[in-house]
Design a protein around this ligand. Structure first.
Ligand code: NAD
Ligand code: UGA
Length: 461
């Protein structure tokens, strides 16, 4: 079949896979190929056991795969064949050298740019899908054009705003799509070509365009703002616990102000995920690079409050369980960084598990979808840890439960049965405020929510 356009995506991860599957699904007239250096990942994308869990993803892949959606390891061939290349490789925080622990590690990005240059035999539009420091497009252009071989490369920025767990919904019906370009004739033409692709299913007024640096910066700032809201409400949760105010009531009161809005105001044990911390640190690094120390410190505070919140959670467990956790058994209820995903990258559960193990607690980890990743994350942890799919078995004989992920199934658990099977006094630390705290208290638990008065059966001093 003759396809109208040939699109390639380099990087078949949490972003590349779902994003391209939705483009293929919505635009059967385009051939969409996704390539990756990891052959196992590609094999999984070609199987019934996809490498990532995302509601609705399997159906979308099933409909398009083999028709106009292809997964392959043939990167060079893909580059030669395609007119538009999305680059969605990982850009983690650098772990070595200058900027270690702060700056984005651009080695995968750099390698991809060189590979595109080497194997291109015709003009291409290159689309930055990964989240990148501002002005990366310029570096990309410099690498691509070093040969002066007559091939034209237009680099666009098209950051992805999907959230895990709702990726398909977000891609099919996004709040907005952002496309940044150089404001030259050829840059604007390339931009229009990408607009046309999205316009196949997204209303034009939701496809916004900007200059390329604004687009790159908007992605970092969008994540920084979202994370800032969580750190703001989490900082308030600490005040609530000292004063008897209830953070849910405070969030409702401020969220009803339409200028503030009610989303992203759920106090929690802390935010996780592969991007919030990484992207804020990237922004902070960028500020320092431009000698904007006060701005850097401002955004760094968002990460600091998140670290503080996680540490506060552990210290609260330690203090309320009579200042020792040694030999006590704790059920970690949920390990994914949020519900509806198997992803555990930067999950607060990793930090909490490690800190509890340092206190010599014995851990039983349970999660409906993330146990495989949890086993990898806790490989080498110094302590007694076991993994159990069934939450009832996981809680059996435990002194405490720590809720780490807001999975819906946890709300419907039979806590009467769980209480009966636990060591007494039994504690619940609800790091997501998803359970019915009054009910748990009446069953007999000592209940410690986030940012709300604790409910305990111990006599006041
Ligand atoms: P990921 O680690 O899941 O996937 C990246 C993939 O790129 C991996 O499969 C890796 O093997 C592949 N890769 C690396 N170098 C390659 C190369 N030279 N050639 C071919 N393949 C290569 O990462 P992700 O979560 O999909 O994130 C990708 C980018 O998107 C990051 O910049 C991230 O910040 C951004 N982002 C992520 C999310 C999210 O929800 N995960 C959302 C928006 C933006
Ligand atoms: C986030 C953004 O929401 C996406 O727009 C962005 O594209 C993506 O990062 C990215 O760049 O990777 P994601 O991390 O998948 O998406 O999930 P979120 O729903 O944002 O949740 C992040 C963390 O914050 C989770 O640990 C979640 O439990 C926590 N959270 C969220 C709270 O603690 N409270 C809230 O009110 C909301």
């Amino acid at each position: 079949m003759d396809f109208e356009k040939k699109i390639l995506c380099i990087g078949a991860g949490y972003v590349g896979g779902p994003t391209m599957a939705v483009i293929a699904n919505k635009c059967p007239q385009y051939k969409v190929t996704i390539v990756d250096i990891n052959p196992e990942r590609i094999a999984q994308w070609n199987s019934d056991d996809l490498p990532i869990y995302e509601p609705g993803l399997a159906q979308v892949v099933k409909e398009a795969r083999g028709r106009n959606l292809f997964f392959s390891t043939e990167i060079d061939k893909g580059i030669r064949e395609s007119e538009i290349i999305f680059v969605s490789v990982n850009t983690p925080t650098k772990t070595f050298g200058a900027g270690a622990g702060m700056a984005a590690d651009l080695q995968y990005w750099d390698k991809t740019a060189r590979q595109i240059r080497e194997h291109s035999t015709s003009d291409k539009i290159i689309v930055e899908k990964s989240t990148l420091p501002v002005r990366t497009a310029q570096a990309m252009e410099r690498i691509l054009t070093v040969d002066d071989n007559g091939i034209r490369f237009d680099v666009l920025s098209n950051p992805e705003f999907l959230a895990e767990g709702t990726a398909i919904k977000d891609l099919e019906n996004p709040d907005r799509v952002l496309i940044g370009s150089r404001e030259t004739r050829s840059g604007l033409k390339a931009r229009e070509e990408l607009v046309e692709i999205y316009a196949n299913w997204i209303p034009r007024e939701r496809i916004i365009t900007s200059n390329i640096w604004s687009s790159e910066l908007s992605k970092l700032v969008a994540n920084a703002f979202l994370a800032q809201r969580i750190s703001s409400i989490n900082s308030v949760s600490a005040i609530c616990e000292k004063t008897g105010a209830d953070v849910t009531e405070v969030a409702r009161a401020i969220g009803m102000d339409s200028r503030v809005g009610d989303r992203f105001l759920n106090a929690s044990v802390g935010f996780g995920g592969s991007c919030f911390k990484k992207d804020i640190l990237n922004l902070v690094y960028l500020c320092r690079n431009y000698d904007l120390e006060e701005v850097a410190k401002y955004w760094e505070g968002v990460v600091k409050i998140n670290d503080y919140q996680k540490e506060r959670f552990v210290l609260n467990m330690l203090n309320t369980m009579f200042n020792t956790l040694a030999g006590k058994k704790v059920c970690i209820l949920g390990f994914a960084f949020k519900a509806d995903t198997g992803d555990t990258r930067e999950s607060p559960a990793i930090f909490i598990a490690n800190r509890l193990a340092e206190e010599n607690a014995e851990l039983v980890i349970t999660d409906p979808n993330a146990l495989k990743n949890a086993i990898k994350d806790l490989d080498g942890i110094d302590g007694k840890v076991s993994f159990e799919e069934d939450p009832y078995k996981a809680a059996d004989g435990c002194d405490a439960i720590a809720v780490m992920t807001e999975w819906d199934v946890y709300k419907g658990l039979d806590f009467e049965r769980i209480y009966q099977s636990m060591t007494k006094p039994a504690f619940i630390f609800d790091g997501r405020n998803i359970l019915d705290h009054q009910k748990l208290y009446h069953i007999g638990f000592n209940v410690f929510p986030i940012g709300k008065p604790a409910l305990t059966h111990f006599e006041a001093e």
